[in-house]
Design a binder for this molecule. Structure first.
Ligand code: NAD
Length: 361
């Protein structure tokens, strides 16, 4: 059955990197018989320029119809003075909440060829492959009540509420177990159950759902220890599942273990596995239009899309192998080149397509 992919290139380097990902999708169509239709729409600053809204109605309608969404990046200094509700970032936040994307997947993958890019010793991180599953629509970022109030003595007090209902924990747990089943079947749940009642419930529900996944080995770790283990011995982890706040912090730490922001894809999934796929980085206005952007995070986002939303794990592996082969050849964009000579955005995209073609034959 034909799969429909919505393409939201956005701002800054967004159009450049999405163009390279589209070359890869076209190659999958031509060489591997991948049956898909692509339709593009504006979002972020481009959406505002086109229709006065960062998430135009027709863009949302397209994403609702699509099987998956490929997203570039949004934002730019020309939009910084707009009122908050019209800023590019609001377009992405609205899209995530309109599509109920509660499960955020942030892999930290370090291709062995790039081990020197990490701030950790190469042997600690070479071949690193962790998936952090972060709950994205609940927890302390959304809990009510919240605010800043005045106490009887006149002093001001800030307050937020950390709250998770059982059904919210259950669905992120299932999402994480499903992902663990597609990987090495090891799931570590990160919480603060020694201090927080919410975490006690989180742990209890995780253990209950674990009963449905006898093939997955479940473990629990306090968040302070997890942050330490991530920089001490990160390769001990396969899949980590955690709350919105803890995941926000741990996923950035894990991403930085790899030292290369231009290499990291991500996904946000709904309850049925429909997802939005995007590079972790932003719109990089400092290098936009110069052919310097690394398109690999976006190309690897397509691989995630094939694995997690489009049930094409073999094609996902082909893309990942093609990227590995290109890195083996020594090709590097400026962000990962070090002192070596660097390839342009389109040279990198073309090289992945050539490597993919070679795998097809
Ligand atoms: P950024 O990720 O855009 O850039 C940080 C640094 O990394 C810059 O030096 C940039 O040149 C470099 N970089 C980023 N992606 C790269 C790539 N693919 N190849 C090579 N180098 C790359 O973060 P920022 O500078 O803090 O933000 C710039 C704009 O992006 C802001 O408007 C911000 O709001 C927006 N932003 C958007 C998203 C998103 O679309 N999801 C995420 C973060 C930031």
């Amino acid at each position: 059955m034909t799969k429909n992919i919505a393409l939201l290139a956005g701002d800054g380097i967004g159009p450049e990197i999405v163009a390279e990902a589209v070359k890869v999708i076209h190659c999958l169509q031509q060489e591997f018989g991948f049956d898909t239709e692509l339709e593009a729409a504006a979002i972020g600053g481009a959406g505002y320029d086109q229709s006065g809204k960062p998430l135009p109605d027709e863009t949302l309608a397209l994403c609702e119809r699509a099987d998956a969404v490929l997203f570039g990046a949004i934002g730019g200094p020309q939009y910084d003075e707009l009122e908050r509700g019209l800023r590019p970032e609001k377009g992405l936040l609205n899209l995530r909440s309109s599509l109920s994307l509660f499960s955020n997947l942030r892999p930290a993958i370090l291709y062995p060829q790039l081990a020197d890019a990490s701030s950790l010793k190469p042997d600690l991180v070479a071949g690193l492959d962790i998936m952090i599953v972060r709950e994205l629509t609940g927890g302390i970022y959304f809990g009510q009540p919240r605010g800043i109030r005045k106490l009887a003595n006149g002093e001001r007090q800030g307050f937020n509420t950390l709250v998770y209902a059982e059904h919210e924990i259950e669905r992120i747990a299932r999402s994480a177990f499903d992902i663990a089943m597609l990987r090495d079947r090891k799931l570590c749940s990160v919480d603060k159950a020694n201090v927080l009642e919410v975490s006690e419930l989180w742990r209890e529900v995780l253990n209950r759902v674990a009963g449905e996944y006898p093939d997955v080995e479940i473990s629990h770790m306090y968040v302070d220890n997890a942050s330490m283990q991530l920089v001490r011995a990160p390769k001990q982890f396969d899949v980590i599942v955690t709350t919105n706040l803890f995941g926000d912090i741990l996923s950035d730490t894990a991403a930085m273990l790899t030292g290369s922001i231009g290499m990291l894809p991500s996904a946000s999934l709904d309850e049925n596995g429909k997802g939005l796929y995007e590079p972790v980085h932003g719109s990089a206005p400092d290098i936009a239009g110069k052919g310097l952007a690394n398109p690999l995070a976006t190309i690897l986002s397509v691989a995630m899309m094939l694995r997690y939303s489009l049930q094409q794990p073999n094609l996902a592996e082909q893309i990942e192998s093609a990227v590995g082969n290109v890195l083996d050849q020594g090709l590097r964009t400026a962000d990962i080149a070090g002192t070596a000579q660097s390839a342009s955005t389109s040279e990198m995209g073309d090289a992945v397509v050539t490597a993919l073609r070679a795998l097809a034959r």
